[in-house]
Design a protein around this ligand. Sequence first.
Ligand code: SF4
Ligand code: SF4
Ligand code: SF4
Length: 266
Amino acid sequence: MSVSAQQLSLIVQVDQLLPQTQCGLCGHRDGCLPYAKSIVEGEDANKCVPGGQPVADALATLLKRPTMIAEPSVWDIQADGRPQQMKAIIREDECIGCTKCISACPVDAIIGSGKLMHSILTDLCTGCELCIPPCPVDCIDLVADSNPLPTAQQRTLEQDDLRHRYYAHIQREEKRRLSRKGPIVRAEIDTEFFAQFSQALNNVPVITLMDKPKENPVLDAKTTIELAKIRTQIKKLEKQLSVRADESKQTQLLDLQKRLNELQGI
Ligand code: SF4
Ligand code: SF4
Ligand code: SF4
């Protein structure tokens, strides 16, 4: 990530104004942070659909740019000028427990395990809709959020929590990517970008990139026989050396261990 300290600080400020819904409706598949970076690099700041006009205006003020009309939403506008906040609900009697929605939810608002019914923790759901397309039986509905509108302070706390949950989600998906347990709907996320950024911020979990475990080399028959012989010799020497020290046998043992490692590609 080649951004200067000044740019980084501005990206963080822009990201703080974005709703952290991580829906990708701004055209940035991986959510708010990539859009924040792109805005700082010059992209128009009116594309956050769930943020609506208040977010477009706040960004214009922060960046000292002319105000722009916000990208329209399909939902009606609430009293605070933002589009209607939605919540997802699973029709639980139709859910087949495939777990695809869990992987798709950027804020880990869905609970359940394989072949069991799933539920959405409605307090955490941002209505991003990302769980809807992967559901093979189309059993997720969207309903209008009936909670009172948050105060500015509540909104900031909520956004901080969602950002935190998103970084934790990315780290979990990174681990799942390697173990390949269950469907990985958002496997294409640019984890490296978030990992680099997480090290520069102090209010999100640090994301660690996982290395692929070394694959065992496929050994030919000759090498397999040689390895077996070396292991037997090593065992024999270790037994002898445990009874009486012997310099030449010790050297022989070290040579054999070295050869064993070479053959195993360690
Ligand atoms: S909440 Fe706004 S900025 Fe964040 S991903 Fe959705 S549209 Fe983009
Ligand atoms: S439950 Fe669905 S709509 Fe709600 S935050 Fe998760 S993915 Fe988005
Ligand atoms: S994707 Fe649909 S069917 Fe699969 S667990 Fe989620 S709600 Fe149930």
